[in-house]
Design a protein around this ligand. Sequence first.
Ligand SMILES: [Zn+2]
Ligand SMILES: [Zn+2]
Length: 176
Amino acid sequence: MAKFRAGSAGFAHQDTRRAGTAGKDRAAHEPMALAAARLREAHLRVTAQRMAVLTAIEELSGHPDVEAVRVRAQEVTGGLSLQAAYNVLRVLTEVGLVRCTQIAGHPARYETEQNDNHHHFVCRFCGDIIDVDCVIGKAPCLRADLPEAYHVDEAAVTFWGACPRCTPAGVPAEHH
Ligand SMILES: [Zn+2]
Ligand SMILES: [Zn+2]
């Protein structure tokens, strides 16, 4: 059975930002420095927008969409257009700092790349998305029944169902 990791519930990151307002300025500064270091490691030019977007994704729990990332990043950079946010997300995804997940019926979701090939569970009722560990841990984790000439490099698995909030204790969720 799939094991769930902390995701949308927001307890994935235990940090000072949730510990009240004390030391807030410091806590707000450090993630940006960290983001700058990660950009340099990925051989990307360090820009305020890239730092802000990377930090926003790390700070937002769960799997934010581009608009959520844009709004959060804007708190640091000032005006950030949707197009600019998309451009930054594309670059960060290309170099492997950010993972983009496409789920039918949902806008693309973003998260920090963990290189663990994890999958996602999506609640049909509230749209909540949480991580599901991959039993193999690297792509592709499913065998595809394809002729040898086809090269598979990824198997994207999405589990659909009802989350605990949308499932009355022990009872399969009915229509809302
Ligand atoms: Zn739900
Ligand atoms: Zn995920």
